[in-house]
Each structure stands twice: as C-alpha cells, then as structure tokens.
Design a binder for this molecule. Structure first.
Ligand code: HEM
Length: 474
C-alpha cells in the first residue's frame, strides 16, 4: 500500500498571526462591524486570559448572551451561535490550535490541517469505527467484558469515586478495541493505573501549548517551565503516556491487533503511528469517562428519572445490545447528558477560506478564526424548550431545530470518528448499572466534591472526583 500523503500545512494561519502595530490596526478594522467588547477589536489578551484561567467556554457563552449569535472574540477571531449557519464552517480548515494534539513530534488525524492527509487516515480507519463494525460480536465483547469488570469494582452501599471508575472503563475499552481484547490497558484490574494520573498531569499546560506555542517552547528550553507549579508534572505525565502507549503497542500480536494492525499496513513511521494511537487513547477515554461521570451524578440527584430508566431496562436482556440500543428513554438520557454536560463543550476553531464568507449579514474576511461551542449551541431556548432542564423525553421525537443545534460530537468532515464506540460503551455501562443498582449521592460529601466543570477544552469535575453510592435495586 502507498504511504499516506505527507502532511502539508496551508500556511494560511501564519499570515493572520502577524502582530505588528500596523497589522493590529488593519485587523481591528476587519471585524469592526461584528459585535463584541470594544477591546477585542485590538487585542486577543482578554480571550487568552480567560482561556488560560480555564474560563473560556463560560466567557464566550456570556458574550453570546450579551451580544447575540455572532461575537468578536479577538481582532481576527469570532464565535458563532447560530445553528443553521454552523454546519458549513465545520468543513473549513483547522487552525494551529490543534498542533497541541501532536505527539512524538508527529501529526495525527485530529491535529492535521491538511485535507489529503486527513482524509487518507480517516478513510483507512473509518471502517473500524462504523456502528456495523462495532456491533460484530468480537467487538461488542471488548465492551461487555470491561463493563462487567467495572460492575465487579462496585461494592454496594459504599461510596465510590465514579470519575476514576468510568475513566478506567473508557481507557480499557478503547485500548482493547485498538490492540485486541486481551491487550492494551487493564486499569479496572489494577494494572497501569499511573496512566490515569498522567493524562491529568499532562493537560495542565494544554492551553499554553495550544494558544502560545512559541512562548511555551521558550519557557521549556530555558528551564523556566520547571519553576512553574504543575509544569514539571505535565512533562512527566507526557513521558508516562508516551512510554505506556509504546508498551501497549509492542505487547500485542501485531497481526491481530485490530486498529494497530491497520495502521501498521500504511507505511507510516513509528512516530506517526504512535501519534495516531496516543490521540485515540486520549480522545477515546476522557470524553466517554467524563460523560458517564456527569450522567451518573445527575441521575443520583434525580431519583424519578433513575426509576424510569430502571423500569425500562427491566424490559430487555442486557446481552442483546440491539434491544438495549433501541430503548427510547435510555437514548434520551444519553443525548440529554451530551447536550447539557458535553465533555467537549468548547469551541473547535476553523479558518475562513479565501474569499471570506457572509454570516448573519456581516462579511467575515478570509483567514478569520471562526468556531461554535456546543455549550452555547445547546443552551438556546429557541432550539430546546426549557433549555436548561434535563428532559430525556425531548429526544423521543426530536424537532428539526433540536437536531440542527445538537453538536456534542462536532459537525462536518472532522466530526467525531469515535462516536459509535462512545455511544455503545455508554449505553452498555449505564444499562448494566441501572438494571442492577440505584445510585445516590453520599449523605456527607467530601470537601473536594464539586461538579462545576474545569475547562481544559475537554472538561472534568472541578477536583477530578465524583462520589456516588450504589445500592442493589429492588
Ligand atoms: C462522549 C464521547 C466523545 C465526545 C463527546 C467526542 C467529541 C468529539 C468532537 C466534538 C470532535 C470534533 C473535533 C473538531 O471538530 O475539531 C471529535 C473528534 C474526534 N474524536 Fe471524539 N468524542 C468522543 C469519543 C471519542 C472516542 C471514543 C474516540 C475514539 C477513538 C474519539 C476520537 C476522535 C477523533 C480521532 C477525532 C478527530 C476526527 C477527525 O479529525 O476526523 N472520540 N470528538
């Protein structure tokens, strides 16, 4: 097979990154008709500050509340919160933001801006991520085996930190899927658990790498980075993840390792394969783990919804996934969780192409950075009645408007390739939990318990913990 096309960067974004005074002045004119705080005509500093202090998503949401569906965030950046206009922008090219997802010095499907490079990888791996492929018995087994291990980790009537539990589950599922059922991680069985902390250590510098890559590189090369609290840990976290990924890659039968075997057939270098693998390990576990965490926290505080789910689950054999998949209330609970607790609620930046675009009667010049954020898209009364309320029933017969606005898995050609594995894992896990147990929050919560979210692009509970008590259901 021919090697994949090499990654070509378009060079578009380098032009709009110029920061001379004259350039700032001209840029301030370009978006002057787009509403937004006056200072954002001249400076990106307010946006950078909000991003680095982990408040970006809420800040942009507040701006939309104040200024409407089109908001200027910086002299060359806007946010859009108008569902009918959002679809097309997600086929525009990605920005340099995604360089932060490179690993081993190589680009992967998620990070590459280059269309040919991206579509080559997506086509090559896409077949294994289809629902049809997921539903083959040998693939469903990967999920069912690990969900049973997860249930075995639960001791009835004792407090359980489900944030750990669901991240372990999701990591074990995605690595079992990638490397073969017996291979990859076995966190639920107490092995390789240091990788869980490593992911969380690593993300502490994520926004710096994404927003200020050259400055961050300079802080590292001069050793200053090691003096900043948490930064040495972030580097250590990255090393642990790199070593662990290589361990999983090397300790499996290269001919029978599902997705790894497919990558081995491509002629890609070891660094490129490792970068691809590591990205799927990260994207595939934190998102699913966080979704399950917020869902079980919500249900533990809402016994009536839990009871309704339990009643529905009593009508099916859990081993028949097709039947589980068709349960309407379960489906509604999952979609509603992904709406109100999107594990990636943040903007996914793209670049307006040559020629520019007109949006809501405003001309947006070429090379403007543009994005929409699920957090705001999902909180619009015009698209979701009682938009702040968790109503699984809204998905029994969803309106066309709701379908247009829902974007937990992104949109367009770069939308989530892993959504089928995520949906199947979540449904198998939740169905096993609520057919067997009921759940509630402990009477006394630890001081660390805070379900406000920490905004690292992907989110987690504020202090990376969420405690629930499971009790055998009647
Ligand atoms: C609840 C779970 C998940 C959520 C909410 C989620 C969300 C997303 C979103 C919003 C995007 C689009 C990013 C963009 O537009 O730039 C995306 C892309 C992606 N996701 Fe997921 N994801 C989930 C699970 C997974 C899983 C299980 C995998 C497994 C490998 C995965 C792998 C990827 C990859 C590789 C991409 C990049 C696709 C491309 O560029 O073509 N995700 N995901």
């Amino acid at each position: 097979m021919e090697p994949f096309p090499a990654c070509q960067t378009s060079g578009q974004w380098t032009a709009h990154q110029s920061t001379s005074a004259l350039a700032v002045y001209y840029k301030s004119l370009a978006l002057k008709d787009v509403p937004g705080p006056f200072v954002t005509r001249y400076s990106k500093i307010p946006l950078l500050y909000q991003t680095i202090t982990l408040n970006r998503t809420r800040y942009i949401h507040d701006l939309h509340q104040k200024y409407g569906p089109l908001v200027r965030l910086a002299p060359d950046e806007i946010s859009l919160n108008h569902p009918p206009s959002v679809g097309p922008i997600y086929n525009y090219e990605k920005t340099h933001f995604y360089n932060a997802f490179e690993a081993y010095g190589a680009k992967n499907m998620f990070s590459t801006p280059d269309r040919a490079h991206h579509s080559g990888r997506r086509k090559h791996l896409g077949g294994e991520y289809t629902k049809q492929y997921m539903l083959k018995p040998e693939n469903l087994t990967v999920i069912y085996d690990r969900v049973r291990q997860m249930v075995n980790n639960i001791v009835p009537d004792e407090p359980k930190d489900v944030f750990y539990l669901f991240n372990y589950l999701a990591q074990d599922v995605i690595s079992g899927f990638f490397f073969g059922n017996q291979n990859g991680s076995h966190l639920l069985q107490g092995q390789d658990t240091e990788v869980f902390d490593a992911w969380h250590m690593r993300r502490q510098t994520f926004h710096w790498w994404a927003e200020l890559p050259n400055f961050t590189k300079m802080l590292h090369s001069t050793g200053i980075a090691n003096l900043i609290p948490g930064w040495a840990d972030a580097t250590k976290g990255e090393e642990i993840i790199n070593d662990m990924t290589h361990k999983w890659m090397d300790n499996c039968d290269q001919e029978k390792a599902h997705l790894l075997t497919k990558l081995n057939q491509t002629g890609m270098s070891r660094e490129e394969i490792s970068a691809e693998v590591m990205d799927h390990m990260g994207a595939g576990h934190e998102t699913t783990g966080t979704t399950l965490t917020f869902m079980i926290d919500h249900l533990s505080k809402n016994p009536a919804q839990q009871k309704k789910l339990h009643k529905e689950l009593m009508t099916v054999d859990l081993n028949d996934f097709n039947a589980v998949d068709k349960l309407p209330y379960l489906h509604g609970v999952v979609l509603e969780t992904l709406r109100l607790y999107s594990s990636i609620p943040a903007s996914e930046p793209r670049i307006v192409p040559d020629g520019g675009v007109t949006l809501l009667d405003k001309f947006i010049p070429p090379h403007t950075v543009i994005s929409a954020q699920p957090y705001s898209m999902h909180r619009q009364e015009e698209y979701f009645d009682r938009c702040l309320d968790f109503i699984p029933e809204r998905w029994l017969e969803p309106t066309a408007k709701a379908k247009t606005a829902w974007m937990a898995f992104g949109k367009g050609t770069r939308g989530c390739i892993g959504q089928n594995i995520a949906m199947v894992t979540i449904k198998v896990a939740v169905s096993h939990l609520y057919k067997t147990f009921e759940s509630m929050k402990p009477a006394v919560l630890s001081e660390k318990e805070d379900m406000d979210f920490k905004d690292y692009y992907m989110i987690t509970p504020k202090n990376d913990t969420c405690t629930v008590v499971f009790r055998k259901a009647d």
